[in-house]
Design a protein around this ligand. Structure first.
Ligand code: GTP
Ligand code: MG
Length: 218
């Protein structure tokens, strides 16, 4: 079958990701960019990780959403410094927005900043926001074909979280297919099976992230 393909032209804004990295490095902060579809469990995962990581690290959060401050309110209610970035329609966060919002957090008192990117499997992967590490979430109900359909999101990540693992018995989700495809596009990168509902897998993921944070804040 001969399928015609139209390529969209993208205009790139000024890239300030290096300047963001300089600010983070000067403050010994590890910034973790959390990406995944709407409802994949980004806020739930950040919440679960905070519980574990705050035993060792001082955590802050930048919540990215097109509109509203629901997620930032959830994080702030845990007593964690949180700010909300509204993109007013844009489907991803850009480094320039991070550069502007960072001073709103108490940087000198933080070791880790989680950034919850906009719920989307496409655009966020194309933008370097100055992060130290990327974490991509794929939840079981989304289906097992997403690595093949949206490869960049899975290639450009430090690890993959298969979230809502408690839902596995209820969906025809082929875990082996995902593992194989992920290994193909991102050889050697770790994959964690997690349930934010039951807490399964959160310890293991926290251990991996803690090692990455240790390296980044030196
Ligand atoms: N069963 C189950 N439900 C989960 C799990 N993680 C999250 N959820 C539920 O999934 C829904 C969406 O979770 P959120 O954490 O808000 O997802 P999100 O990715 O932050 O969503 P947006 O910010 O809107 O993009 C909520 O109802 C959560 O309770 C899980 O591991 N298992
Ligand atoms: Mg959220």
């Amino acid at each position: 079958m001969n399928i015609k393909v139209l390529h969209q032209v993208m205009e790139w804004n000024e890239d300030v990701s290096r300047q963001v990295r300089d600010v983070l490095s000067a403050n010994h902060i590890c910034m973790i960019n959390i990406m995944g579809s709407p409802g994949a469990g980004k806020t739930s995962l950040i919440t679960a990780l905070i519980e574990n990581l705050q035993k060792k690290w001082r955590v802050g959060v930048i919540e990215g959403d097109i509109a509203g401050q629901i997620d930032a309110e959830k994080i702030a209610s845990l007593g964690i410094p949180a700010v909300q970035l509204n993109t007013d329609g844009a489907c991803h966060i850009e480094a320039m927005s991070i550069q502007k919002i960072l001073p709103l957090l108490p940087l000198s008192t933080l070791d880790v900043i989680f950034v919850e990117n906009i719920g989307n499997l496409v655009c966020p992967a194309e933008f370097d926001i100055g992060e130290s590490l990327r974490v991509t979430i794929l939840s079981i109900p989304e289906g097992d074909d997403k690595v093949e359909k949206y490869p960049l999101m899975f290639t450009e990540t430090g690890c993959l979280v298969l979230n809502k693992y408690d839902m596995l018995p209820y969906f025809d989700f082929d875990e082996k297919r995902v593992r194989l495809q992920y290994e193909t596009v991102n050889p050697g990168a770790p994959l964690f099976c997690v349930s934010c509902r039951s807490g399964e897998g959160v310890d293991k993921l926290s251990g991996f992230l803690s090692q990455q944070i240790e390296k980044a804040v030196k």
